[in-house]
Design a protein around this ligand. Structure first.
Ligand code: KDG
Length: 326
């Protein structure tokens, strides 16, 4: 293989935003104090796999503003390669707020201020062939192609490079209906699903994509389209994975919930890092569930993404909780 400066395990592509997370639960009009975090599905994933021992790079754009500088320092501080991140002088870094615990206790919702953001200006020019070709896995989500036409083209370019170079690909459907319609999501994501090796989804997304919410039907339909492995995230209930030969469900871990945003990305990082390490589906589900459980116990998406050692400690603690007496 040609020598290159880029030798990464994982490459991903997406928007990183400043997340303003309220200190208190309830409607945002009554919230006084917010905590600042850096977050975004693909950045969460990249940091998640770095914590689990992989080298990861993120392709994105940030604004030439204080929030852009903050995001770059977080990514670099976490060891994510930012050599392809562009700083845009004309568009701002995206921002979003979280509303926690209202109107549904224990759940969170997101309010975006990201239209016209620097990251939404990403285009096929941002995608470097060598960067992707030299990696082991390209991870994409359904968020990036929803940001703009040029982001969709960039996503498809990245996917084509990976598929043509036999770089493994994973897609987390992550349908955000605040960014596009169900029809747009279905059309775009179905054409991506055909080309990916690993698909991560959840029943609500699968309903939009293949008209099914029942896990067995989702698995059959998705595996017949192309992916070799599927993982279905069921939130606090856990997750199901299948490779067509075996289908396994692992129940979620019971933990105190502070903010559920970011749990799906943590699951994806734990699950895919395990697959990259050659673990079986059951172990991958356990690691994914453990990472997801740890992330919901605090505000912010990235802070509690666990290392391998921390997952082992968490699992050992969970095992202590279930003692078989007879
Ligand atoms: O998965 C968590 C993400 O949804 C959150 O960090 C914000 O990336 C985000 C998005 O676009 O919704």
């Amino acid at each position: 293989m040609k020598e290159s400066v880029f030798m990464l395990d994982v490459v991903t592509l997406g928007e990183v935003m400043v997340q303003l997370n309220p200190i208190t639960t309830g409607p945002l009009r009554h919230v006084t104090y917010f905590e600042k975090h850096a977050a975004g599905s693909e950045a969460n994933f990249a940091i998640g796999v770095v914590r689990l021992g992989f080298k990861a790079g993120l392709i994105t754009r940030v604004g030439n503003d204080e929030f852009g500088k903050y995001i770059l320092s977080v990514l670099r501080g976490e060891g994510v390669d930012t050599s392809l991140v562009k700083v845009d002088n004309d568009a701002p870094t995206g921002v979003y707020f979280i509303q926690r615990g209202y109107p549904i206790p224990g759940k969170s919702s997101v309010i975006y201020y990201r239209r016209g953001s620097a990251a939404s200006k990403m285009s096929p020019e941002d995608i470097d062939e060598e960067y992707i070709r030299n990696s082991k896995l390209l991870h994409l989500t359904g968020i990036t192609p929803a940001l703009s036409d040029s982001c969709r083209e960039a996503t498809f370019k990245a996917l084509s490079i990976a598929s043509e170079s036999r770089v493994m690909t994973s897609l987390d459907t992550n349908i955000r209906l605040k960014l596009w319609s169900k029809d747009e999501a279905r059309e775009t994501l179905l054409s991506m699903i055909k080309k990916v090796n690993i698909l991560l989804t959840e029943p609500a997304d699968a309903k939009i994509l293949v008209g099914e919410e029942d896990p067995h039907k989702i698995i059959d339909k998705i595996l017949s389209i192309g992916p070799e492995i599927i993982a279905i995230k069921l939130g606090e209930k856990g997750a199901i994975a299948s490779d067509g030969k075996e289908t396994i469900m692992k129940l979620g871990f019971k933990v105190p919930v502070v903010d559920v945003i970011g749990a799906g990305d943590a699951f994806a990082a734990g699950f895919i890092a395990s697959i990259l390490k050659g673990k079986n589906l059951e172990e991958a589900l356990t690691y994914g569930n453990a990472a997801g459980a740890l992330v919901v116990t605090t505000r912010g998406d990235i802070e509690n993404l666990p290392s391998q050692e921390d997952i082992e400690k968490f699992l050992a603690f969970q095992r202590r909780e279930t003692v078989i007496l007879r």
